[in-house]
Design a protein around this ligand. Structure first.
Ligand SMILES: [Zn+2]
Length: 280
């Protein structure tokens, strides 16, 4: 695994910016990348004026190895500077440095929150940004507004040398993945895991173990991964979301998600246990 540089989240930007900084610039949810034939990187500048872009909002993010990081949004229709392009985060994954990619995943969520939380949801007056935390406050009623985060569980269920994979109607043709779903208010993560598996494929599970987690900025989820073992029941698809599901061995895998996702890390973990692995 590659060494990761240290990102330290921050709220209060330094008063003066005298060194080049990383700029995570978005038009809607597309990131401005600086592309040469050899590589893809991000604007690294002291001031955004150097690119001649007009910024409609800007948020300080923190520091990556002591370099300041900023998120910014430019207006719809803005033409990218020469040699640059606006691209979706999924398209950028694997080409951009991984540390910068995951900061971009934060940046897109903070910009989206800033954009969509201009007014108080209770009384409708314009919100004020809190200077000392990632929050906005209503000057009239005091209601606090934090960035939205939607926790979702994702679970790999195994039965001996087989794993359970399912196909959502929204997937690309031929693609199967592990089960996932949003956590409901009042539910523990483990309860959500049991409910999702029961709802989506009708089986019982046991031995639920935490696997790891991953931010998923499409648009603002936090994926919390688990493994579990089959405990009983037959696969039945009542849920209209799932169009097919089944038990697969490592020798007969369908098309699976790309390496960006925790779904793939769960599947790769299972494959490794079976002494196997999967390219691309
Ligand atoms: Zn209010």
């Amino acid at each position: 695994m590659a060494d990761h540089r240290k990102f330290v989240s921050g709220i209060v930007p330094p008063e003066v910016r005298s060194e080049p900084s990383w700029w995570f610039i978005f038009q809607e949810n597309k990131l401005l990348i600086d592309q040469s034939p050899e590589s893809v990187t991000l604007p690294f500048l002291i001031d955004l004026n150097e690119l001649g872009l007009i910024v409609i909002r800007q948020n300080y993010l923190g520091q990556l190895d002591n370099r300041l990081c900023y998120a910014a949004e430019v207006a719809e229709g803005t033409i990218p500077p020469v040699g640059m392009a606006f691209e979706g985060l999924r398209q950028v994954y694997g080409r951009l440095d991984e540390d910068l990619f995951w900061i971009a995943a934060r940046a897109v969520q903070i910009i989206d929150w800033d954009r969509t939380h201009q007014f108080c949801g209770r009384c409708g007056v314009p919100l004020r940004t809190k200077p000392d935390e990632r929050a906005k406050v209503c000057p009239q009623c005091g209601l606090l507004h934090f960035p939205r985060l939607a926790p979702a569980i994702i679970v790999l269920v195994e039965r001996g040398n087989q794993l359970l994979l399912a196909r959502s109607r929204h997937f690309m043709p031929g693609m199967y993945s592990v089960l996932a779903g949003f956590v409901e208010p009042g539910e523990s993560l483990e309860e959500a895991v049991v409910r999702e598996v029961k709802e989506e494929v009708g089986i019982e599970i046991k031995d639920i173990k935490y696997f790891g987690s991953q931010p998923w900025p499409f648009p603002h989820s936090l994926m919390i991964g688990f493994t579990a073992a089959y405990a009983g029941g037959e696969i039945s698809l009542d849920d209209k979301e799932i169009e097919d599901a089944g038990w697969f061995t490592v020798e007969k895998l369908p098309r699976i998600p790309g390496k960006i996702s925790i779904a793939r890390k769960l599947i790769d973990g299972f494959l490794a246990k079976q002494g196997s692995f999967h390219e691309d």
